[in-house]
Design a protein around this ligand. Structure first.
Ligand code: NAI
Length: 477
């Protein structure tokens, strides 16, 4: 099989950037060029201030940028030179037309594919890195073959990415597995072997799995659906805990000790976020419906509905604890990213929460250690309604520290599990002093020490634990 010497990656986003940076770092003899249509993003990748925050990413990029790792807007040149091309462009949920709200918008994948066909001057291995619906590789092949210069041969591989934001570099350096799907033809197997060699630069061969194309495409949707399902399952149980006096952390710990269940990814919370879980499940729902499997579609759809319910339930709890009105009250939102150690806010539960709180006429002060202010404003304004911003800013403010957000607040709401919000890191006595009384804390991530906060004087409400005073009403003696 062919030895890959030059790689091009279309899309310098959360996946393309870190993935190809690690490939370059671990394959010093391979030249890797990451390109994007977004010139600002490329400029940021070439600067000291990378466009995304991931622990360890700076070091990896610095170790090989300018050596065998390049960021560029010259898409054509990178395609022409490369033996292997990763397509790592965005695949958002369609917002209009057939399948709106469910199906993946494959416009970016298609236009990237057409572009490859147009400029390629020799044979290429084209790798789907983006998460795509099952059988997308077939469409890509069709487009490539119909548009390419005569005599050029394309092989298509599926190589979904399993990294999690916040731990991207660790996940890439030490993945549970790498999955490569190919056609079961000689050419397909040989292309897969070329990509296996790249990963074998740092990953054990037995962890590099090769399957057929459709299994590989479906596995990515399946893995995300199952991960999100675990969260919706524990969140569904958290509602029962709150109503009965069971403690969801205890339930999850005891369930997780069963080796068939396992302890990971069983943390109850205000809900999952991120660009992928919801999008990929909806994609699976759409796929099931198109295949005339309505029961299967309804089953997976419920995972997303439970997540919406969890956010709504949390806001309802805030409203009811604060004496059924939030009008004019100040609510401090700690954390805006969808999880800790990332600046990514896509589908963050904090966005939904802020929208609900706004509708209740609360004043909201937001603090997040990594999310840019401009990003928060963008997330809270509907696209296209610019004059809304002035109105929004009367109700919502962005603070530059947790203390500033909490000053004069009636309630503190932990939305992201950043370590700096833990009891050991934030001085909650100081927070308590500066708040209105009674001072409420709502922990949407189960990171706080309830007893300690109560000893300070806070009224504490935790997801998956009974409402305040419930415990005493439960005492039988
Ligand atoms: P992103 O939006 O951060 O990056 C995509 C980039 O592709 C953008 O910068 C865009 O300008 C660029 N792009 C679009 N069309 C292009 C073209 N024709 N040529 C060159 N560049 C082009 O998206 P992200 O988060 O990196 O996701 C990419 C794919 O990976 C999606 O399909 C997503 O579902 C999947 N994925 C994402 C994960 C995540 O944690 N974010 C994890 C695993 C998979």
């Amino acid at each position: 099989h062919k030895k890959v010497e030059k790689i091009c990656c279309l899309g310098a986003g959360y996946v393309g950037g870190p993935t190809c940076a690690v490939i370059a770092a671990r394959n010093p003899h391979v030249q890797v060029t990451i390109v994007d249509l977004n010139a600002l993003r490329i400029a940021a990748w070439n600067s000291d201030d990378l466009p995304i925050y991931e622990p360890g990413l700076d070091e990896v990029v610095k170790s090989c940028r300018g050596r065998n790792l390049f960021f560029s807007t010259d898409v054509d040149k990178a395609i022409i030179e490369a033996d292997l091309i990763f397509v790592s462009v965005n695949t958002p949920t369609k917002t209009q037309g057939m399948g709106a709200g469910f199906a993946a918008d494959l416009g970016y994948v298609e236009s990237a594919t057409r572009h490859i066909a147009k400029v390629a001057q020799g044979d290429k291995i084209v790798v789907e890195k983006s998460t795509v619906p099952c059988r997308t590789a077939q469409s890509m092949r069709f487009i490539l073959e119909a548009n390419a210069r005569p005599g050029i041969h394309f092989d298509i591989l599926s190589n979904p990415e399993f990294l999690a934001e916040g731990t991207a570099i660790a996940d890439l350096m030490n993945p549970d597995r790498v999955l490569i799907g190919s056609l079961n033809t000689e050419a397909g197997r040989s292309a897969a072997a070329s990509l296996v060699d790249i990963y074998a630069g740092w990953i054990k061969r037995e962890q590099i799995i090769t399957t057929n194309l459709w299994s590989s495409e479906l596995t990515k949707l399946a893995a995300n659906a199952m991960l999100a399902q675990r969260i919706s399952s524990i969140n569904a149980l958290s509602a029962i805990c709150e109503a009965t006096g069971a403690d969801v952390d205890e339930v999850s710990y005891a369930c997780g000790l069963d080796t068939r269940i396992g302890p990971k990814f069983l943390k109850a919370s205000v809900g999952f976020g991120g660009s992928c879980f919801q999008k990929d499940i909806l994609n699976l729902v759409y796929l099931s419906e198109s295949l005339h499997l309505p029961e299967v579609a309804a089953y997976w759809k419920q995972v997303v509905e439970m997540n919406e319910y969890q956010k709504k339930r949390f806001v309802n709890r805030i409203i009811s604890c604060l004496f059924n009105t939030l009008t004019g009250k100040k609510i401090a939102i700690l954390g805006f990213a969808f999880k800790k150690d990332t600046g990514d806010t896509r589908e963050s539960p904090a966005i939904t929460l802020c929208k609900y709180l706004r509708a209740e006429r609360a004043n909201v002060a937001i603090y997040d250690p990594k999310v840019a202010e401009s990003q928060i404003w963008m997330d809270l304004t509907e696209p296209g309604i610019t004059d809304d911003l002035a109105k929004l800013q009367k109700q919502i403010s962005i603070a530059d520290s947790a203390y500033a957000a909490c000053k004069g607040a009636d309630a503190v709401v932990v939305c992201t599990e950043w370590d700096e919000f833990r009891n050991t890191r934030l001085d909650y006595r100081k927070v308590y002093e500066m708040m209105n009384k009674p001072a409420f804390i709502f922990d949407g991530r189960l990171i706080l020490d309830q007893k300690e906060l109560e000893s300070i004087g806070f009224h504490v409400e935790m997801i998956g634990r009974p409402r305040g005073n419930f415990e005493t009403s439960m005492q039988w003696e």
